[in-house]
Write a protein that binds this ligand. Structure first.
Ligand code: P6P
Length: 340
């Protein structure tokens, strides 16, 4: 047993880091621990999904027009309940809900925070046993009225904290409160997360490019050129690169965070704003990327600087190792004038 490394649980870490916030009174700590609790509950259900006949389509479709899987609903309900019961959040914007979920009275005592979340991202992978994830983003409430959508119309750099839970070969919670990124692995035998990846740094460069090349014909010319550049043999720059695409943003991001790489979901002819949602996927992942020394743009401008105008708005996403994202932007900028 490695006795040199301290064993730190998520709960202990949250309390220890509370001092990062001068006027902290524990609200954010309680909020983060509520997310950890919901993650353990959802994890248990995901691990038994094949047995509990919980697979398959719920039949309804969400605001994105996607078939909603039962586990999406289950995850959505449990994260909402955990946050509601903790009383620190006054409203939730969920990728699964058309409208805001507001809390009042005892469920929103001070309610300093609002949470935007994708309760189960990548759910189309559930039935084939591929990693899925929960993505969350925490902002300070701007308006006295919890129901005011302006609470969520904040640029990503206003996030107080952001993170994800990846339900993969192991279950991990990775988050940042603005002082670096830390990863915790769930020990299912005792039902607790333990610090396993302290101070995560995204490699400045890498050899993995991650994009759904099935959409190649619809990509902007800059993306097409970048993909071809990745595939050219050049010893000096370690090319050709390796292509990896899981189809679950959390899993593709997590791999690049650890190994280095770039994930691109660009605008396409059928989807001119891209597919991924600014509030529920792009802002939280961009916050983590920057906190870990990486970069996140829409191919031209910083994701965290985008001023949201709609709850479910989408944006193209280029995210990962700083040098790889900058290289992809070079190709995008070559055509910017032409395509503008
Ligand atoms: P495509 C999952 O549905 C998701 O929102 C992201 O997790 C993932 O990166 C993307 O869509 C995959 O989209 O079009 O490649 O299947």
């Amino acid at each position: 047993m490695d006795t040199t490394r301290k064993i730190v649980s998520l709960g202990e870490f949250i309390i220890d880091r509370q001092s990062d916030f001068k006027y902290a009174k524990g609200e954010l700590s309680r909020l983060l621990s509520a997310i950890g609790l919901a993650a353990r509950i959802v994890n248990k259900e995901i691990r038994r999904a094949g047995l509990a006949d919980i697979l398959g389509d719920y039949g309804s479709t969400n605001v994105q027009g996607e078939q909603v899987k039962k586990l999406d609903i289950y995850a959505n309900e449990h994260f909402i309940k955990a946050l509601k019961d903790r009383g620190e959040v006054c409203a939730i914007a969920s990728e699964e809900n058309d409208n805001l979920v507001e809390f009042h009275g005892e469920y929103c005592r001070d309610g300093k925070y609002v949470v935007a979340m994708d309760p189960l991202d990548g759910s189309s992978n559930i039935d084939v046993n591929v990693s899925v994830g929960t993505i969350f983003s925490i902002y300070r409430r701007k308006s006295d009225n919890p129901a005011n959508p302006d609470n969520f119309m904040q640029p990503g750099y206003e996030q107080v904290a952001a993170g994800y839970v990846i339900y993969g070969s192991s279950t991990m919670m990775v988050y940042s409160t603005g002082n670096g990124v830390n990863g915790f692995t769930l020990d299912e035998s005792i039902g607790a997360f333990f610090l396993s990846h302290p101070d995560m740094q995204m490699p400045k460069n890498g050899r993995i490019y991650s994009i759904n090349e099935g959409n190649y014909v619809h990509f902007p010319q800059g993306v097409k050129d970048y993909i071809k550049w990745c595939q050219v043999e050049d010893k000096e720059t370690n090319r050709p690169f390796t292509s990896r695409y899981i189809g679950s943003a959390v899993a593709d991001f997590h791999r690049n965070l650890i190994k280095g790489g770039i994930f691109i979901y660009p605008a396409t002819a059928p989807a001119p704003r891209g597919k991924l949602r600014l509030l529920f996927e792009c802002n939280p992942l961009a916050f983590l990327a920057e906190q870990a020394g990486g970069r996140a743009t829409d191919g031209f401008k910083r994701i965290l600087g985008i001023q949201p105008t709609e709850l479910h708005q989408r944006t193209p996403l280029f995210i990962g190792s700083e040098d790889m994202v900058k290289k992809a932007e070079e190709f995008m900028n070559k055509y910017a004038e032409v395509e503008a």
